[in-house]
Design a binder for this molecule. Structure first.
Ligand code: BES
Ligand code: MN
Ligand code: MN
Length: 462
């Protein structure tokens, strides 16, 4: 719409400056050291929602970080869109791999972002993406084009598993009443190839401890005669996959929904360039489960990955030691209809069962989330698809995202609401990695596209 484009063009610099203000606050939810900053970010989001024209803006306490709520109700008889996002970010480590400091946003061009990209932790995940919705509200209010009601729910614990959000939904069912959830926290295929995620993977995140002798030992005096917990842990981890990269935990695949040949054929039509993929990651080959393509491996197949492993001596130089303990953080990405709780239990039982004599194993559970699939046969999906088609000039391709957003399954089970995963980032934007960035093009395109969703959306009825 021309009025929207004019308003965005006239306010372009301010829209960027405001996002930069949010990006300067290090809202790392995983690290208690940043507690004051996370809380400061919640205050800043509240102020920005108010400035954009939202009413009843408040910080809703939870047992963890607060949820920022705000709304614009134009007519209770009209449909209501509930926007979800998160103001917390991943830790910036390893900090020395950042070209510029993670919380001092700057715009630089890249081959993929010739118009410039905003480099900062949280620029794409998710400050830059949820803030597009705040600015889209401003655009619609200032051009008198808001056709329905909007509610905002921006949380501060997504990156640590949203543990307190289920209870928040239970307690606030009335306040959160809506027709659909709208979320920008996923990716599109490319800036000239729009797509909409219609699936997210679930997650089971475990930590394991392998304990051998009661103290670190001289590796010459005892080495060869006593189980080394790190050697043992490595062997146990290696045994979790067979030679075809199938996961060996008994029962792991029991509930996995296999796609039909037609569904797989349709998935394979999404553009994917293996050479570019390898080049982007500087790898000479890919690796994954036999019998599945890369898109399938990340979209419709479950995984089991070590996120971190430690123990023994890792300092400067060499210390000869047979360690007493070894640890690993292991996560499994889940697909429909796997259950996070069931898979965690299977993992626990299996990991204990494969431990050799001479060590003790302790398995604990960090957090999890359930997988989701989103129907393309809804008014909300069609509105999102038409919105992107309008602003990109191409119909978006439905895709399956490999990441997880634990709250999406709870929106369905607790509030009975479907979500639209209306993401605008790119997988290559280095989310969770050093040098995370978000294209200026993507940010502004999102602000232009979101109001189109509201124009096309006609409510929950099919
Ligand atoms: N925004 C991501 C999830 C995502 C990214 C989905 C790209 C699809 C495409 C989200 O912030 C995230 O990182 N989620 C975590 C889940 C968690 C910490 C429980 C994840 O997927 O690791
Ligand atoms: Mn996110
Ligand atoms: Mn994330």
């Amino acid at each position: 719409m021309q009025a929207h484009q004019d308003y965005i063009a006239a306010n372009r610099q301010r829209f960027l400056d405001e996002l930069f203000e949010l990006l300067r606050i290090p809202s790392v939810s995983a690290d208690p050291q940043y507690k004051a900053d996370v809380l400061r970010t919640a205050d800043a989001v509240k102020a920005k929602l108010e400035a954009a024209g939202a009413t009843n803006v408040e910080l809703c306490p939870t047992d963890g970080y607060p949820v920022v709520y705000g709304e614009k109700i134009i007519d209770p008889a009209k449909p209501t869109v509930l926007v979800y996002g998160h103001y917390d970010v991943q830790p910036a480590d390893p900090i020395d791999l950042w070209t510029t400091p993670p919380f001092e946003p700057v715009i630089r061009t890249t081959p993929i972002h010739p118009e410039g990209a905003i480099f900062a932790r949280g620029s794409c995940d998710d400050k830059g993406q949820f803030y597009m919705h705040v600015k889209a509200l401003e655009v619609m209010l200032n051009t008198n084009t808001l056709p329905c009601n909007v509610k905002f729910m921006i949380e501060g614990e997504e990156e640590v598993g949203s543990a307190n959000l289920g209870a928040f939904l239970q307690k606030n069912k009335e306040k959160l009443k809506a027709d659909v959830i709208l979320i920008s926290d996923t990716s599109i295929i490319a800036n000239d190839t729009p797509s909409i995620d219609v699936g997210l993977r679930g997650l089971s995140y475990m930590e394991v401890e392998v304990v051998g002798p009661n103290r670190d030992l001289h590796s010459g005096v005892y080495g060869g005669a006593v189980a080394n917990p790190i050697n043992v842990l490595c062997k146990m981890i290696a045994s979790l996959h067979d030679e075809n990269k199938h996961i060996t935990i008994p029962g792991f695949y029991d509930d996995v929904v296999e796609l039909s040949a037609e569904e797989r054929e349709e998935m394979s039509r999404a553009p994917f360039n293996l050479d570019e993929y390898k080049k982007d990651l500087a790898i000479d080959d890919i690796m994954g489960e036999a019998g599945y393509s890369t898109i399938e491996r990340t979209g419709i197949r479950p995984t089991c990955d070590v996120n971190g492993i430690w123990g023994g001596y890792t300092g400067e130089g060499a210390k000869t030691v047979l360690p007493s303990k070894a640890y690993a953080k292991i996560s499994m990405r889940l697909v429909p209809n796997q259950s996070s709780e069931k898979i965690s239990k299977l993992f626990d039982a299996h990991f204990n069962s494969i431990a050799p004599k001479g060590v003790k194993v302790k398995v604990s559970y960090h957090h999890g989330g359930e997988p989701v699939v989103v129907s393309t046969n809804s008014n909300a999906y069609r509105a999102a698809s038409r919105a992107m088609e309008t602003t990109y000039g191409k119909k978006p391709i439905p895709t399956r995202g490999g990441g997880s957003i634990p709250i999406v399954a709870l929106f369905k089970s607790v509030l009975g609401l479907d979500s639209v995963l209306f993401g605008f980032g790119l997988d290559s934007d280095a989310l969770h990695s050093p040098n995370e960035h978000y294209g200026v093009f993507n940010y502004l395109k999102g602000i232009e596209t979101i109001p189109q969703f509201y124009q096309f959306y006609t409510g929950a009825k099919q």
